[in-house]
Ligand binder design. Sequence first.
Ligand SMILES: [Zn+2]
Length: 215
Amino acid sequence: MKLLKTAQFKGTLEVVTGLHIGGSVEAIEIGGIDNPIIKHPVTQEPYIPGSSLKGKMRSQMEKKEGRVGSSGEPCGCGKCMVCRVFGPHKNTRHSLGPTRILVRDAMLSEESREDMKKAAQDGKSYIEVKTENIIDRNVGTAKHPRQQERVPAGAKFDLEVGVQVMDLDQDSDVEGYVREALKSIEESYIGGSGSRGYGKVRFTDMTLDGEPFEL
Ligand SMILES: [Zn+2]
C-alpha cells in the first residue's frame, strides 16, 4: 500500500446561530455558568475540536449511507467508505490502510480574535450567555433556568482538513467524499442543542490545495 498524495482543504467556518460545544467538567467553576463552552486552556478563546467536526462529518455520512447500526455505535465493518475515510470503529483487523482524514482543531480567526479583544476592552463579553428555561408543563411556568455559554453568530474559525489518498483509492473519489461530508455539516449543526436551533454553521473561502472552490 502506497500513499499517492495528500490534499489540503482550508477555509473559514462561520457560526450562523449560537454554538455550544461543552467544556470539560473540571473547568466549571463553583457559582459559574452551568454549561460553559470549550476554551483553549492558555488563551481562553473558544475553538472547535477537530474531533467534534470529524465526528459530525462521520455521523452525517453514516446516516446518508445507511451505516447506522442499532447499537448507535459508529460503523466498524472495515469495508464501507465511512470506514475507509474515517477509520473503522473498534476494528483492528481490516485492510483499509490508514484513516484518510485528519481534521485539525479549528482555532478562532484573526478577525474574530480582534472582535473578542475589542469586546473585552469595552467591558463586554464576546461569548454570549443564553438562559434556557425548562417549562413545567403542569403549571406552565419556567423552572430551573440554565445558563448556556455560546459562541456568537458571526464568529469565524480557521478550518483545516488533510486527506491522504492511497493507491487503494484510485477508483474512488476520497476528496469528493470529504467535500460531501463537509457540506453535510452545513445541512445539520455542530455542538449541542441543535434541535433548538443552535450550532448552524457555513463554510466559506474554501480552497483545495490552494485552489478556490465552492463547497
Ligand atoms: Zn463501515
